[in-house]
Design a protein around this ligand. Sequence first.
Ligand SMILES: [Zn+2]
Ligand SMILES: [Zn+2]
Ligand SMILES: [Zn+2]
Length: 134
Amino acid sequence: MLARLASAGLRMTGQREVVVHTIAGKSSSFAPEGLVDELRPSGVGRATVYRALECLERLGLLTRIHVGARQGYTVCEEGHHHHLVCRTCHAVIPIEAGGVEREIKNLAARLQFRVDTHILEFAGECADCLARAG
Ligand SMILES: [Zn+2]
Ligand SMILES: [Zn+2]
Ligand SMILES: [Zn+2]
């Protein structure tokens, strides 16, 4: 993530660097307000956190999560993909959905509708949480 930021030519100032380092360490989805609370002791204000989130989202390093127990963000790898979101532990598992997308685009084309953006997310329980629950 830090390498991709550097290649995007983003200047890392003190506070933004703290925010980015904290986000880069997240392995599951996180809520913006939780991040604000987490960074408050480091003297990082809410506006700085939200600006950094916006910036990282614009660069494609963060993606918004819409479904599941909480809405928030996840750190994202490169390339087009979608997410399985665990409602219990907030784990985010990337998946390809090329087959589904082609099918929807074909259906849309039949209706002479040109799709140019979409959201496709799935929420539920991950393998670890299912195992813990027995
Ligand atoms: Zn992703
Ligand atoms: Zn897609
Ligand atoms: Zn889970």
